[in-house]
Design a binder for this molecule. Structure first.
Ligand code: GLN
Length: 548
């Protein structure tokens, strides 16, 4: 008999209600009570993973240490829990069907007709239970993507229903998150959409145990009573979740609503300790009451959708909290940057990040931004493609390699300073074939990054096909652009840092995937610090100019 308890979180009324944040918050609260918790996301789309999706579709693609390309909600889980997730934490309909079809081809179903029920639902159940195997977690929290009532979510809801039946009511819990809209014209919060979405769940055989209601205004006790009565939920299990200025405040508010306590009661979870949310509260206070501000320009090509750069933005905010500093991020479309307007666009920024990306759309603007940061001595952090842009820029403007480029953008360049990795050369399939997951990096002593990490060996997550071309390394190093981090096995350049500049660092990996609320990433901490220093200098310079 397993001791693991299973919590399912579903969403109703509309999407984008913050199911991921509510799930991560509850998981964090349970963890603070001494329970071991993991979170899983079930995504109803047919892509095998989001790796092949354009960020405009579902936002950033997050990468786990074991190399899975996953939904961005896994980023929230890691940031809230401070615990790494793995491949098993993100399942898509594509993955489920792939597995079932492979089994069918092998003959595993012994001539049976393969159907959504039981074969697809069994595979979903297997994936959920996999995380609870050998009781490695006290609680497995599974977030079901999409909105209740969607055709594609049905097998997941059915699998959850079956698990509740099989494991019993004290071992499974259903939390349903809905929206209670506020009608300004009548000054009322409306509960009808919630009633309807609970009705849909009931039609599917699920009685939610807890309701979390997203609302612009606080819920009155009348509203709570009404929802409780019409939705068959205990009055104290009707929880409010009001809009907040930082997502990191959500767990604190949900705790005030006693979401963790009610969960523990309903699941008969024993031996829990009193949570200590002091350090978390301190971070939230720092975020809400900053004493200074710094402007960071984030140059990318998917800027219309802020979720495309979710982890970078969150990492900046974690680092900002360290200095009680509000990080004001301006997303800048790289396609809009030209030699002529770069000063106008970037002059007011105290730090510049050039974002990761693929393909040549907007590449020129990224290269121009890197040059501007180098020449104007503005702190610069180039991430993955951003690092590659800094290398291309340096090759062209300092080493005099006219038209140097990455072979991703220009196959015939005379100076392929960024080139396809050797092991990528025979690969034709797009899905899951990049250099993915955590890889070792040895840091050169005496460099800035060595000081920042205060370590010689690090492991960071990757997602790329191209790399720095070592044929040119000596020329770069002779000119002061050093490979300060190298993969010890393949010699692949992991970090480039420019000497004689306050902060000009390019990383082939993604530090943003491993920054958490309680442990901001050293590169972001020092980037924000350096940008703060720059802001002071910048202000002094402006004052001197104004006095003249
Ligand atoms: N397109 C580049 C490569 O594949 C960079 C990838 C990235 O920024 N994640 O190497």
């Amino acid at each position: 008999m397993s001791f693991t308890k299973y919590i399912f979180v579903t969403g109703g009324v509309t999407s984008s209600l913050g199911k991921g944040i509510v799930s991560a918050s509850l998981a964090m609260l349970l963890q603070e009570r001494g329970l071991s918790v993991t979170i899983q996301k079930l995504d109803p789309y047919i892509n095998v993973d989001p790796g092949t999706l354009n960020p405009y579709e579902h936002g950033e693609c997050y990468v786990t240490v074991d190399g899975a390309e996953t939904d961005l909600d896994l980023g929230h889980y890691e940031r809230f829990l401070g615990v790494e997730t793995t491949k098993a934490n993100n399942v898509t309909t594509g993955k489920i069907y792939q597995e079932v079809i492979e089994k069918e081809r092998r003959g595993d179903f012994l001539g049976k007709t393969v159907q959504v029920i039981p074969h697809i639902t069994d595979e979903i159940k297997r994936r959920v239970m996999l995380l609870g195997q050998e009781d490695q977690y006290d609680v497995v929290l599974t977030e079901i993507g999409g909105t209740v009532g969607d055709i594609e979510s049905l097998p997941y809801i059915e699998a959850g229903r079956q698990l509740k039946f099989e494991l019993g009511p004290t071992n499974t819990l259903f939390i349903h998150l809905t929206l209670v809209p506020y009608l300004a014209a009548t000054g009322e919060l409306k509960t009808k959409p919630t009633q309807h979405s609970v009705k849909v769940l009931l039609e599917n055989g699920i009685q939610p145990d807890i309701l979390v209601l997203r609302a612009e205004k606080n819920l009155t006790s009348d509203i709570r009573r009404k929802v409780a009565l019409f939705c068959n939920v205990e009055m104290d299990a009707v929880i409010e979740s009001v809009d907040v200025s930082t997502i990191y405040e959500v767990p604190l508010l949900l705790q005030k609503e006693r979401l963790d306590e009610i969960t523990i009661r309903k699941l008969n979870l024993e031996k829990t300790k009193t949570p200590d949310l002091g350090p978390w509260t301190e971070v939230v206070n720092r975020l809400k009451n900053p004493e200074c501000a710094v402007k960071i320009g984030l140059v990318g090509k998917y800027v219309e959708l802020a979720d495309s750069y979710k982890s970078i933005m969150e990492s900046l905010s974690h680092a900002g909290a360290t200095y009680r500093c509000k990080v004001e991020i301006t997303c800048i479309h790289s396609e809009k940057i030209t030699e002529d307007n770069v000063n106008e666009i970037l002059a007011e920024q105290h730090g510049i990040i050039v974002a990761p990306g693929f393909g040549d759309r907007g590449i020129d603007g990224k290269i121009i931004a890197a040059r501007y940061a180098r020449e104007q001595e503005i702190p610069f952090l180039g991430i993955c493609l951003g690092m590659q842009c800094a290398v291309i820029e340096f090759a062209r403007n300092i080493l005099g390699y006219k038209d140097a480029h990455s072979t991703e953008m220009d196959k015939g360049t005379k100076y392929p300073v960024i080139d396809l990795m050797e092991e990528q050369k025979g690969i034709t399939e797009k899905g899951g074939t990049m250099r993915l997951g955590a890889w070792d990096c040895k840091i050169r002593e005496g460099t800035k990054v060595h000081k920042f990490y205060n370590k010689t060996f690090i492991r960071e997550r990757h997602r790329h096909r191209y790399e720095f071309n070592n044929t040119f390394l000596k020329a770069f190093e002779d000119a002061g652009f050093l490979a300060s981090g190298i993969n010890p096995d393949s010699n692949l350049v992991e970090i480039m840092e420019l000497t004689g500049h306050p902060f000009f660092i390019g990383v082939q990996f993604h530090p943003e995937y491993s920054s958490t609320v309680m442990k901001p990433h050293p590169l972001f901490i020092h980037f924000v610090k350096s940008s703060l220093d720059h802001s002071v200098k910048h202000k002094d310079k402006k004052e001197v100019l104004a006095r003249k």
